[in-house]
Write a protein that binds this ligand. Structure first.
Ligand code: GLN
Length: 276
């Protein structure tokens, strides 16, 4: 079934008979018409022109074929801030706000923070926006992602130093007070990669093309060289990886190793303090 919105349809009629998920549709219709959610109610008698009906049809069809809403409208809210989202970056997820909260609780005054694999810049920008005293650096191997991240810092008035880097390469010799990362952690071949929004997201942001733990392993191994003793390393990981990640941290001599639950009650972030 292909979605078609006919010219002459009223906004009210469109709302009463949604052609796809009503929340998705509402966001897409607002985006297509450049109106607020309230306008959909107050302008329920508004009749769609040919051009408007076509614009809405095209967006709804793309959604019907699976394209993520965040890419179709080009933005997503994270930590109460607007973030540009293009197919060059992973769409910021509410789960990741846990990582930001844990980081903020552990960041010393004027502390130096490093975000590895920053993508849209969501984590780094949220930290820098909340704590203007912090000295935040963020890196990514994707120059396209860095361009998006840079615009997101600007848009939110956050001061972040962005670096093009394969993991720690560009910060050799530097030491940080806090290291955070939401690395690719889905194992290659995992069926989730072929489902929902993930099909449209950059695969390098999702999977390590290995067992799912290789990026996490590398972070645990290399962080001590780039952190002051006692600094926290905090990493997001998959729903079933908490025990394995705590194991990596403990074997490497980290202290106060722990995992924390996201809003869904899943252990989503693990971390520890870098050994001295
Ligand atoms: N949280 C994402 C998902 O499972 C994956 C993000 C990542 O690999 N860092 O949908």
């Amino acid at each position: 079934m292909t979605i078609v919105v006919a010219p002459g349809t009223t906004l009210g009629a469109l709302q009463r008979q949604p052609l796809l998920d009503p929340v998705d549709q509402r966001i897409l219709v607002c985006h297509a018409l450049g109106v607020t959610r309230t306008a959909l109610i107050t302008q329920s008698e508004r009749v769609l022109s040919e051009e408007e009906a076509l614009r809405i049809t095209q967006l709804l069809q793309r959604r019907e074929h699976g394209e993520p809403v965040a890419y179709l409208v080009g933005s997503r809210e994270f930590f109460g801030l607007p973030f540009e989202t293009t197919p060059a970056v992973l769409i910021p997820r509410p789960d990741t706000e846990l990582l930001v909260e844990l980081a903020l609780e552990r960041l010393p005054p004027t502390g130096r923070v490093l975000d590895l694999g920053t993508g849209s810049g969501a984590i780094a920008v949220a930290i820098a926006h909340t704590r203007p005293d912090a000295d935040v650096s963020a890196l990514d191997v994707s120059t396209e992602a860095l361009a998006v991240a840079q615009r997101n810092a600007q848009r939110n008035g956050a001061r972040v130093r962005f670096l093009h880097s394969d993991w720690f390469a560009a910060v050799a010799g530097e030491k940080f007070d806090l290291i955070v990362s939401n690395p690719p952690y889905i194992a290659s071949g995992d069926r989730h990669l072929d489902e929902g929004d993930l099909r449209f997201e950059p695969s390098g942001a999702l999977t390590d093309f290995a067992d799912g733990l290789s990026a996490l392993r590398q972070l645990v191994q290399d962080a001590p060289r780039h952190a002051h003793p006692g600094a926290w390393l905090l990493m997001e990981h998959g729903y079933d990886q908490a025990e394995a990640v705590r194991g990596l941290l403990s074997s490497a001599g980290y202290t106060e190793v722990a995992s924390w639950q996201d809003l869904a009650g899943i252990q989503r972030v693990s971390g520890g303090r870098v050994p001295g």
